[in-house]
Design a protein around this ligand. Structure first.
Ligand SMILES: Nc1nc2c(ncn2[C@@H]2O[C@H](COP(=O)(O)OP(=O)(O)OP(=O)(O)O)[C@@H](O)[C@H]2O)c(=O)[nH]1
Ligand SMILES: [Mg+2]
Length: 185
């Protein structure tokens, strides 16, 4: 059986490579180096205690639905859309990629990672927007490739969804439950 394919995509410099490296335990501090093309990493991710084989496709940042994305997204088993919480336009970009990808492949498991949560002073996305998206069924996780917040849980949660064994404690399910709670946020 071929490895299950998880595609990580989003605008430039939102932290796609940093999130993948953080998950793989390979993150090294250093200057920003943009990804050219796609970097494919093979790894085992535990699904209900048993490691399953995955390929994580870390795709170069794009300004729009370019050829690279359309090519790389084919035959994906899951998507990770990444936005930078300190740059609101990257959220709109991630949402348009989500629209494209789900249109291409149907409703496969997917999550929107709002990265750089460690930079809370610079945060540029109102809570009300996030709750609105969560209520519309967008799976959202606030995360940080620097601190590791939300990163491992997202990849393991997504892996479980690919195998049809969703984990109720996945971070986006908790976020959605909070968004639906009948209290003023
Ligand atoms: N503070 C903070 N900085 C981050 C975080 N994630 C990534 N960065 C920084 O953001 C810059 C871009 O990170 P990359 O991981 O290279 O971003 P990318 O999305 O892979 O970029 P491209 O491959 O060019 O599209 C780097 O300087 C990272 O150190 C984070 O969670 N917090
Ligand atoms: Mg990169």
């Amino acid at each position: 059986m071929r490895n299950k394919k998880i595609c990580v995509t989003g605008a430039y410099a939102v932290g796609k490579s940093s999130l993948v490296e953080q998950y793989l335990g390979a993150r090294q501090p250093g200057p920003y180096r943009c990804t050219l093309g796609v970097k494919i990493s093979r790894t085992g991710i535990p699904v209900q205690g048993r490691p399953e084989n995955f390929s994580i496709w870390d795709i170069q940042g794009s300004e729009d639905s370019d050829y690279m994305n359309v090519f790389c997204l084919r035959e994906a088993d899951a998507f990770v859309f990444v936005a930078d919480g300190t740059r609101r336009t990257t959220l709109y970009h991630a949402l348009s990629l989500r629209y494209l990808a789900l249109d291409m492949l149907g409703p496969i498991p997917n999550v929107l990672m709002l990265n750089k949560a460690d930079l809370d002073i610079l945060w540029d996305i109102p809570e009300s927007s996030l709750y609105g998206l969560a209520r519309q069924g967008v799976n959202i996780v606030r995360c940080s490739a620097v601190t590791g917040l939300g990163v491992a849980e997202t990849f393991t949660g997504l892996a479980a969804e690919i195998f049809g064994k969703p984990d109720p404690s996945s971070p986006w399910r908790l976020e959605a439950a909070y968004a639906r709670a009948p209290v003023a946020h």
